[in-house]
Each structure stands twice: as C-alpha cells, then as structure tokens.
Design a protein around this ligand. Structure first.
Ligand code: ARG
Ligand code: GLU
Length: 711
C-alpha cells in the first residue's frame, strides 16, 4: 500500500494532461491543475478556489436539495440554482389561485419569502485524504468480503473520532473506485426559502422538446435564500432566523465571454464511469441503451398521440413524459456518440497496451488477466442485464402493474400483523392512490401494456422470463381482460377497500390479476436474476478497482481524475461551439431573437410571455445587453459536466459568475463514459439573461441590489 501511495503522489507531481476540457478535479488538489488552468487563461489561483485557511470560492457553493448545485450570490445568503432544480418546491407552493409554475413568483421583501420544508443545502467546509487510515491493515490478497468488513470498521472508527473533534457532519467516501478515500466535513442548512422564479415559459422554455438540445433558449434559474440562527449556524425553520452570511459570495460579471475564453464549473457531478472496460461500454451503448431507447420511444409515441388530443391528458402525463423522455434522449446520444467516436475500439486498443504493459514485469501479475476476466464476466452478465432491462422498461412501465405492486405488502397481512402496521400501510396507500388516479388515463396505459408485452414476448426467451408471459395466448385479449378484471383501475373500488380494510381482504388483493402479474415479475427477479447479477457485479467492482489502480500505475505521464461521486469538483475548459455533423457548425451562444423565432402560441413549449415580447420589441435590455447589442440567453462550453451539475456556476478567468450550467448537448452525452473534446459541450444560461429577467421582466431589482456586479 505504501508503495502505491508514493506512486500516486508522483503521478500528481508530474502531470501531463488529458484533453483540455476532460476531468472532474478534486478541489483540494487543484494546485496540480493550476499551471494548466492559468495557461488556458485563468487569472486566479487554486487557493482562491479552494482553501481552508481563508475564504475561497468553495464557500459559495452548495449541494442543493440532494441532487443539484447552487451558489450564493450575496452576503445575505441569496442563492441561485436552476428552475428545474427548484421545480418541486415551486410546485408545492402552487395552487389554482397562486399558480407560481405558470406565472412565476417574486418575494418583494423578506417576509414574502416562502419556507420549503424538506429542502436543505450543504456546504463543504473541508476535505482530507484518509486513504492510508481507511486501508489500514488491508492487503492485496484478502478475500473481498473480509476486505470490505475491515474497511467498514476502519471508516466507522474514523468517523467517530472526527465527529468528536468537530460539529460538522462527517462522511468518508471512496474515490478512484476504492483506491483512495477522503473525509468530508459538511454543514447542512435546512431553513431555505423560495425567493423567486420566472414563469415556466421562461424557466422551462422549449420544455422537453428542446431538452438536451442546442441551440437552446431556456431561462433555467430560480432564486432561494439560506437562513441561519443568529450565530450563523444551521437551524430549523424559525421566524427568528436571519439570512445566512457566507464567508464568500460570487461576484457577477456583466461582460459575458468570448469564444475561446477560459471557463470553469464548480459543483456536484453525480456519477460518471470513465474507466470501464470496452466490453462494458459496448454492452451499455450498443445493447442496453438501444433497447431502453426503443421501448421508451414507443411509450412516448403513445403518450404523444393521446396528449395531443386532450389538454387534460397533456397535463396528466407531462411529468411522466418528461422523466421517461429525459433518459430516452440522453441514451440515444450516448450510443450515437460512442459509435461516432469509435469509443469501444479506442478502449480495446488501450486494453491491448495495458496487457502488454502488464506482461512486462512480474510485479504486475495481478493485471495480466483482468481484461479476460471482464470479458467473461460481462458476457455472463448479459442475459441478466437484459432480463433486468425488460423487467423495468417493459414490465413495470405499465402503470397498472406498478401501482398494483404497491399493494403487495398489504396483500400479505394476516391476523398476526399488528394493527398499527396495517394502519400505517393504509395511510400511505391512500396517498399513493390519490396521486396515482389524479394523473391516470386508462386508455393510454392499456395501449402501453399491449405494446410492451408484445415486445417483452418477442425479446425474452420462454425459459428465462416471468412465468405469466408464458400464459398469454393473444396479447390484446390478455391485456383487455387484465384491465377489465383488476380492481386497480377503479378509484372507487380502491378507495372503498382502503377505507374499510379487513384482514380477509388481503386474500382478495392477492388474487387480483394485476397484482399477480407484479408478483410474477418480482418473483422472477428475486429467484432468477438478482442473486447472480449481484454476485457478478460485486466481482466486477473488485476487478474495476484493480484495473483503476493499474491504469494509474501505467499512465505515470497522465494525471487521472476520479469518477464523479456527488462530491464537489472543479471542471474546466473553454467557451466554444461545435460541429455536430459534417457541414454543420453551432455558434456558442443564443439570443432573445431565437426565442421570438421559436415562438408558437399553439405549442405549449414555445409560448412567449407578452411582457418578454414587449421588452424585446423595445430592446429594453439595460446594462444586461451584450456589447453586440443583443440579449444573450444561453451558451456552450467544453467543460466536463454530468447530472448533479445542474445549477452549478460557470465562472470566468477571474472567478466571476458567467452563468448557470443546466444541460449538455445530446451529441456529447457519452461524456459520462468517454469524453470527446470535439463534441462534448455543456449548456449554461447566461447570467445577464437571468438578471434581465429578475430586474426588467419581474421588477425585482431589489435582489440585484444585493449582488456584487462587475460591469
Ligand atoms: N436534461 C437536463 C437534466 O438531465 C434537464 C432536465 C429537466 N428539463 C426537462 N425539460 N425535462 O437534468
Ligand atoms: N440536467 C442535468 C442535471 O439536472 C445536467 C445535465 C447533465 O446531465 O449534464 O443535473
């Protein structure tokens, strides 16, 4: 272990870089990137970005709501994130009388700010390398479960020790697939209030149609404020709380950015898999993703058909459509990108080099068979991966079946089940049923079920699929009968059952044909899929850890970055457009002009607010106009980002705010597996558009007054 640590230190000291743009770097180690960042144009230091000795940009960055990033932009705890990150909280405060989703919301003073129970923001106060302590007493030849038990024990002891020393929330996370460990000291603030958001036709302009797509015109931002107790410490919501005073808030630049300018993103990327073997990338991009895309595409076709006919159905299925569609479009891009870039072949060529390198020295014996073992494992995994994919994408996608599944536990109660358990289940199920029926349209679900079961039968072998499939003679007839006979399509029946539930009703539930289909799906998963899948995956995790270590040892001239794991990272590149296809070039920014071009009052995603049109016609952009005279809306950069980076600040060479990251171009979504500097682009909303909307559109200039603006 000692030897390996020395080696990583050497790697870090003599870095040669990957492609500019690639990499999600640990802020506390940024001094090793500093030279390159400055050569690319950065005018600040690594220490300005992350320091534990004085205030630094990191003090302005938070993990927002457990899934996005936010940044503090005033000394009064004012926070910016994406509209789609604040969406749930905006929705919760919305009603027919106060439809903030449709109309937007602006608190005109502190008293009007809306509390958001359940919302928290997390500040990273410090991180430290604890690899040696976590891997203390671990040796290479230890059996895997013994190894993990030892690590868990070491981590537990360390956390207990750190928790005694500080008031912060302490956690220890693996990096480099378990080759390194870092401790994170966090502070969690739970009094966070909604301050403002634009109407959805600004904050979500382009909707799902434009999602993952460039050119883009979405004003994807919302505004919150963090509150603390009088001493600045985290406190539960209270009238006595005061706006949080950060050690640092971000300065905002009104200068915009030119093509080629240095830019960096500071935030919380969730998950990447950059060091997978070729066989795994191939399986994901060329087998699993295309099946998922195909099945989801067919579901979306059915949704679209009904949604177009009926405005009520359009609203009922809007959010389902958005969540199915988000993955659908992204994975389509992954497959395209991997193949366009010859990602699998490039990984294979690297694996050949890796093998040759491993063969050069006896001390590398543990690396020699790795690729062969991966090939074998992934081949073995394939039928289980397929079974799992069909189970979730074709089996449980029928809403009736997953809804019925929610009653599985209730269908198993007996006279020995404690009444309080039953009451708790009934209470939960009442809530579940209410929200299910509110957005349920049976004709859609019938059509979806018919289509999906046909696909399921066609694709999965008779001897390896849930047993109910083998009882089907004719799919349409089967589905119609299922829907006619089940109680779960009938709200009155479900409500009556929940209101007067008796233990003997459990049997009736268990006999319901939709619940039986669910049980058949899950039984198959439990008995035939899960165990094998879990054991191969555990072995792959072990192999991946060793492969990662080998890659780091082999590429001493290259500095590798750890896969994203929902910890704070810095990623950097340039402001630039791209060439998505032969003969096609994308400029790096869009303007308000484009919103007017896309405008279509008949298409929900492209309705434009009259007030925005008025400002556009008068060209009333104030100091937020670009020097070219137009209002810039969004821009692209070659900065490596992923899910979780939504809401992250994108900053200029001086560390001033240029915009909020909110998406990627779908052609480059393969960057979670392999980064290609030619086509991987992140998309941000221009901060000047954000301020223009706050100030000119919404008349909430008092918020701008709080901010530090650099003209
Ligand atoms: N594609 C972005 C992400 O992965 C934005 C999703 C929300 N926007 C939408 N139109 N569905 O989170
Ligand atoms: N929209 C994503 C999010 O919510 C960011 C886009 C991406 O995956 O890069 O985090």
């Amino acid at each position: 272990m000692k030897r390996f640590r020395l080696l990583t230190i050497l790697l870090v000291l003599f870095p040669a870089f990957l492609f500019a743009g690639e990499g999600m770097w640990i802020p506390m180690l940024l001094q090793y990137n500093e030279k390159e960042m400055q050569e690319m144009g950065m005018r600040i230091t690594a220490d300005d970005i992350y320091s534990i000795n004085h205030s630094s940009l990191k003090d302005a960055i938070v993990l927002f709501g457990g899934g996005c990033t936010g940044e503090i932009v005033s000394d009064q705890g004012l926070l910016l994130t994406n509209h789609h990150c604040g969406y749930d909280y905006i929705q919760r405060h919305s009603s027919v009388e106060h439809d903030y989703l449709t109309n937007g919301f602006w608190a005109m003073n502190r008293g009007e700010e809306l509390p958001c129970p359940g919302l928290s923001v997390i500040f990273l106060r410090e991180m430290r390398d604890v690899t040696e302590k976590v891997l203390y007493n671990i040796n290479v030849d230890m059996p895997e479960d013994e190894r993990q038990a030892k690590i868990d024990e070491n981590i537990k002891k360390l956390i207990a020790k750190f928790e005694k020393e500080t008031d912060y929330k302490v956690s220890i996370k693996p990096f480099f697939l378990g080759n390194e460990y870092y401790v994170l000291f966090n502070e969690i603030y739970t009094d966070v209030r909604l301050v403002g958001c634009p109407p959805s036709n600004i904050g979500k302009f382009g909707g799902d149609t434009d999602n993952w797509v460039w050119p883009r015109h979405t004003g994807d931002f919302s505004v919150f404020r963090v509150y603390a107790d009088k001493n600045g410490h985290p406190a539960a919501y209270s009238d006595d709380n005061v706006p949080y005073k950060p050690a640092k808030h971000l300065d905002i630049s009104l200068k915009g950015a030119e093509e080629g300018d240095f830019a960096f993103v500071f935030g919380y990327p969730a998950r990447t898999n950059e060091y997978l073997p070729a066989v795994a990338v191939d399986q994901e991009a060329n087998l699993i993703d295309p099946i998922t895309v195909d099945l989801r595409g067919k579901v979306l076709d059915i949704y679209n058909q009904y949604q177009e006919q009926d405005p009520k159905v359009r609203i009922q299925y809007a959010s389902k459509h958005a969540s199915i569609g988000n993955g659908w479009k992204k994975w389509m891009g992954v497959t395209e990108g991997i193949n366009h870039f010859h990602g699998v072949e490039k990984k294979q060529a690297f694996e050949q080099d890796f093998y040759d390198w491993a063969m050069q020295s006896r001390s590398r014996y543990m690396y020699v068979n790795l690729i062969r073992q991966f090939d074998k494992n992934y081949k073995e995994l394939e039928p289980y991966q397929l079974a799992y994919t069909y189970l979730s994408e074709a089996g449980l996608r029928t809403e009736l079946i997953s809804f019925a599944g929610r009653f599985a536990r209730l269908s198993e109660v007996t006279k020995d089940t404690p009444q309080e358990d039953i009451d708790r289940m009934l209470h939960q199920l009442k809530g579940t049923s209410e929200s299910f029926f509110k957005d349920y349209y049976e004709p859609i679900d019938r059509d979806v079920a018919k289509m999906l079961l046909k696909e399921y039968l066609k694709a999965q072998p008779a001897d390896f699929r849930p047993s109910f499939l083998n009882d089907i003679k004719e799919v349409n007839e089967y589905v119609d009968k299922l829907f006619d006979k089940t109680m779960f399509t009938d709200q009155a029946k479900v409500t009556a059952l929940l209101d007067n539930f008796k233990v003997k009703d459990a049997k009736k539930l268990a006999n319901d044909p939709a619940l039986q289909v669910y049980q058949s799906l899950m039984g198959f998963f439990r008995n035939e899929v899960h165990g094998k899948m879990a054991s191969i995956t555990a072995d792959n995790d072990r192999l991946r850890r060793i492969y990662m270590k080998g890659q780091m040892e082999m590429q001493t001239e290259k500095r590798l970055f750890p896969d994203a794991n929902f910890t704070l990272r810095v990623t950097y590149g340039k402001i630039e457009g791209f060439k998505p296809q032969d003969g096609k070039t994308y400029r790096h920014f869009t303007t308000l002009e484009g919103i007017m071009q896309k405008e279509n009052p008949d298409i929900y995603d492209y309705v434009v607010e009259p007030r925005l049109k008025e400002l556009y016609n008068k060209k009333d952009y104030g100091r937020y106009a670009d020097k070219d005279g137009t209002m810039h809306v969004a821009f692209t950069a070659s900065v490596h980002t992923t899910g979780g980076n939504s809401g992250s600040p994108i900053l200029n060479a001086d560390g001033q705010l240029l915009g909020l990251n909110f998406d990627r171009c779908w052609e480059g979504t393969m960057s979670d597996l392999i980064y290609d500097p030619d086509i991987c682009r992140n998309i941000s909303v221009d901060i000047r558009y954000v301020l223009f909307i706050i100030d000119k559109f919404a008349g909430a200039g008092h918020l701008i007054d709080e901010m530090t603006i650099v003209e």
